[in-house]
Write a protein that binds this ligand. Structure first.
Ligand code: SF4
Length: 332
């Protein structure tokens, strides 16, 4: 792919505001142009997300159905076995996924038997030729290095929102804790997956500030998930209004322009979007979606695999193939 745009890490808030607040069609056109300079627009990476340990989390993230303190009625499940996880990963690969993300509802990784099991899962999924990603909460530099040695390709740790709005959403850890985990991941040579959620009650300025933090990191995250709040009954944010899809489009387009080479992932919220609404997200530069056998994204609904297949066919999209998966970081 050729690139007429350069990768910049010195975006100002004002520049981002100017991009974000453009008339929508101008913004989409600019993002679609950048997208085509850096990526094959007909290819969308299909990632499978599996909750390997569900619920019972001690954190207080206000949007999350897995926080133990909210009465959401989800079934708490202990860490899955390596064999079960690898079998699901194989089926995910067979149905077109090239990335497999394992999520555990933990505050942080502890150096115990569960972590050893996770390392074995990473190794097993890596061996079947998938990009392996984990999202396990906060990790230290040493833990990140061990995950890298086991074959971890990427680590997800979202910023969620802006630094200013963060305390309205989470109190059990700080924004700097999050940045520190991202730093540990980067130092270990693992590719970084970090994005956020819209619809938490934040302002446009908060969204712009979060994008500013991500796009001015010394190296852009290779992967930027953009999520719409999935309103889970029993959580403090359950009664917030549904996110307007055009807000997702605006966010995705701005992320695409600021971080041209990154994978921009249309993540939570698809279950409440029509095919037409998702199409606009692809046009605005999204080039990845999440699927799961259970048709749930962790504990919230996700479209059926079959509906995604039909959507790809209708739009002429192909699942992105990874020629050779290694756990080295793609350079920006
Ligand atoms: S988002 Fe993660 S850390 Fe926060 S409560 Fe949910 S599982 Fe725990």
């Amino acid at each position: 792919m050729n690139s007429n745009t350069t990768i910049r890490n010195d975006w100002s808030i004002q520049e981002i505001e100017n991009i974000y607040h453009q008339p929508l069609l101008e913004l989409i056109y600019q993002a679609a142009t950048v997208h085509r300079q850096w990526h094959k627009a007909s290819e969308v990476q299909v990632c499978t997300l599996l909750s390997v340990k569900t619920g019972g989390c001690p954190e207080d993230c206000s949007y999350c159905g897995q926080a133990a303190r909210y009465h959401t009625g989800i079934t708490v499940k202990a860490l899955m076995s390596k064999d079960d996880v690898v079998a699901i990963a194989q089926r995910a690969k067979d149905s077109g996924s090239s990335r497999f993300c394992m999520a555990a509802a933990w505050r942080e990784v502890r150096d115990n038997r569960d972590f050893e099991n996770i390392l074995e899962m990473v190794q097993g999924v890596n061996e079947i030729g998938l990009e392996v990603c984990c999202t396990l909460g906060m990790i230290t530099e040493t833990q990140a290095a061990r995950l890298q040695e086991a074959g971890l390709y990427a680590y997800n740790h979202n910023l969620d929102t802006s630094k200013d709005y963060y305390q309205e959403i989470i109190n059990t850890r700080t924004y700097d804790d999050r940045l520190s985990t991202l730093n540990n991941v980067r130092k270990a040579g693992i590719s970084v997956c970090s994005g956020g959620i819209i619809g938490l009650g934040e302002t446009h300025a908060d969204r712009i500030n979060m994008l500013h933090t991500l796009s001015t990191l010394a190296q852009h995250p290779e992967s930027v998930p953009v999520n719409a709040l999935a309103r889970v009954k029993g959580t403090p944010l359950a009664d917030l209004p549904k996110v307007d899809s055009w807000e997702m489009v605006r966010m995705i387009a701005t992320a695409r322009i600021l971080m041209p080479k990154s994978m921009v992932r249309l993540s939570a919220g698809r279950a409440e979007m029509t095919t037409e609404e998702q199409s606009w997200c692809f046009m605005a530069g999204a080039n990845s979606i999440f699927t799961s056998e259970s048709e749930e994204l962790l504990v919230t609904p996700n479209p059926r695999l079959d509906d995604d297949r039909k959507m790809f066919e209708l739009l002429g999209l192909k699942p992105m193939q990874k020629e050779k998966i290694t756990n080295t970081i793609p350079s920006l």
